[in-house]
Design a protein around this ligand. Structure first.
Ligand SMILES: Cc1ncc(COP(=O)(O)O)c(C=O)c1O
Length: 361
């Protein structure tokens, strides 16, 4: 039985008629940029996250840059960011004029912790980017006790829950990506910034629109970075289903555990108080590459996303060359994403686990 690495098509299929209606509504309206769909999605997404404000932007990478600038980050500042993450978490920092300072992660949760952030603080630290990696929920409140504002990178964590609230409502601000494969995915690029701070939300709205309120007067050098009406309309159809899909992802993780995966590989550990909506289900094994090869032979998707951690990427040489991040190096060498989706059932989990068992013989 083939098992794909992720399956976005099956959960979307029943929504197709509603999505077609939403697309036709936008096309018929002739309004494609910053109209009623984006405004409605911003209200609905803010309510979903439990954050007073949401602002739609073009993608999750620009969401980070814009949010950092709205938090006052600029030249001469340092921003602490994990190296074990998607490259964009760090790539978004230099365009603000600030410098990325790489920190380690907790090896079990793959998220930053107060301890890993503390070790990277400098006198110039202006913000910390806490990545909710793979859908886990980084301990934002603990990191805030260090006295530095936290920007949540929640690109992978739509639908996750924690005792402290949802991603998007935990830090000074949070950013989301609606890249198609994400837990809440558009039919193209999209992103959002959430915050409880009204003045910050206002700065974000201006920055996404050329640093202007009216396209007549330009207060600062900004961006053309908008979520468009078609994507917002499509996201509005999906948003009411994100919690059910998250339940499906959590059920898939349980299927893996019940099928005995924990005896063959090290399973991801939720941060205390978190109920992750696993965007990627990432296990650890000393034989990760050999397992991936064997799974590929059986048409089972598996992929190491971050074999070279961000601080070792050529583009980050000016910032990351000196960093010593043992947990990051260990995770980078041993991690492997295996199939995960809202509809991954027990039979598929059994198939994957049996294939991993055969690869481990
Ligand atoms: C952790 C993380 N941060 C940032 C991004 C950037 O989002 P986008 O691709 O929408 O620019 C992504 C996803 O692509 C991501 O996984």
């Amino acid at each position: 039985m083939a098992v794909p690495l992720f399956d976005t098509a099956t959960p979307l299929a029943p929504l197709r008629p509603e999505i077609d209606v939403a697309i036709a509504r936008v096309v018929d309206s002739g309004r494609f940029i910053l109209g009623p769909e984006v405004a409605a999605f911003e209200r609905e997404f803010a309510a979903f996250c439990g954050a007073p404000h949401a602002v739609g932007v073009a993608n999750g990478t620009e969401a980070l840059t814009i949010a950092l600038r709205a938090m006052g980050v600029g030249p001469g500042d340092d921003v602490v960011v994990p190296s074990f993450t998607f490259y964009a978490s760090a790539e978004a920092i230099p365009p603000t004029g600030a410098r990325p300072v790489f920190c380690d992660v907790d090896p079990d949760t793959a998220c930053v912790s107060a301890d890993t952030v503390r070790a990277a603080l400098t006198p110039a630290t202006k913000a910390v980017i806490a990545v909710h990696l793979f859908g886990n929920v980084a301990p934002v409140a603990e990191i805030e006790t260090l006295g530095v504002p936290v920007l949540e990178d929640a690109a992978q964590a739509a639908g996750s829950l924690s005792d402290a609230g949802r991603p998007g409502a935990l830090g000074t601000a949070a950013t989301f990506s609606f890249f198609p494969a994400k837990n809440l995915g558009a039919f193209g690029d999209g992103g959002a910034i959430t915050t409880a701070d009204e003045a910050l939300a206002d700065r974000v709205r201006t920055l996404r629109f050329h640093g202007s309120r009216d396209k007549i007067s330009y207060e600062q050098v900004g961006y053309n970075s908008r979520l468009d009406e078609l994507q917002a309309a499509i996201l509005r159809v999906q948003l009411p289903h994100v919690d059910d899909w998250a339940d499906g992802r959590r059920a898939a993780a349980r299927h893996y555990a019940e099928a005995g995966l924990g005896e063959l590989a090290t399973l991801p550990v939720p941060v205390p108080g978190a109920q992750p909506a696993w965007h990627l289900y990432v296990v650890r094994s000393a034989h990760a590459d050999a397992i991936a090869e064997q799974l590929a032979q059986r048409d089972i998707g598996a992929r190491a996303y971050y074999r070279t951690p961000v601080h070792r990427q050529p583009a980050m040489a000016a910032y990351g060359a000196e960093a010593e991040l043992p947990a990051t190096d260990e995770l980078a060498a041993t991690h492997l994403a295996i199939p995960m989706s809202p509809v991954l059932d027990r039979a598929q989990a059994d198939e994957v686990v049996q294939a991993i068992a055969a690869a481990s013989d």
